[in-house]
Design a protein around this ligand. Sequence first.
Ligand SMILES: [Zn+2]
Length: 277
Amino acid sequence: MMLLDLVCFECVMEQVKKGVPYQNIGEPILTPFEEVNNTGIYKVICHKGHNSTVIIDNIDFEILFEYGINAIADGYFREAVSSMTSAMERYFEFFIKVILRSSKITFTTIDEIWKIISSQSERQLGAYLALYCQTFKELPLLLNPNKDIPFRNSVIHKGYIPSKIEAISYGNLVMQIVENSLIKLKKKYLKTTNETFDYYGYKRTAKLLIEQGNKKKENNQYLGIVNIMTTIDVKHGRELQQDDGRKGKIEDRIPIILDRRNPRNLSLLKKIPRIKK
Ligand SMILES: [Zn+2]
């Protein structure tokens, strides 16, 4: 099962108050694990019994794609194809929004446009295709209509159970479709890509949800923000560092993802996580 390794910020603050990492090394902090959810808000209870809230600084398609790789690792190949397809579609949505934003269109108007096409993936694909061609003067990489699309449809609509090899090969194709486009997008519109990520990512929407909840009751808990290092990653892409541990194809990622499910010890280094009380 996909679990996110998060951080207990009370444990972190305990250490910081003891002078870690500047005056002494301190003790390792065990990372708490939580099941993935749709809000990006995680209530964490650590091994010491602290209750805290953590928000992830990610966007839906990053998490959906990672969910797909985790499903392959667990032997749920149908679910993997479904999650990876959703990741690709949500990436197309992100791309469309970045390009619209790059023409100085407000997020309110972008939301109005999106509302009209939000329930029809064929319309979204059309918008992606047109905007991609306009931006890069060439066709984007897409699923092959004679091979990949019938495969996807048979899995999602007809109950076909794909093999591990089929799921991995589909996943690698989706990863290539998204990554090729995303890297080009960042190269051309880095600032707008980051701005759009911040607007539609979990961090902003989760903060809004928490603020709404806090109006009703007083909340003195620490609110931590954690970036989950996913394979497809907008802000900290694996293409940026040569020795990035997330490099490789789906088959290379699976053993690493399985290993990350074991408890890990966190040590405080020079940078202290951002904390809002
Ligand atoms: Zn703790």
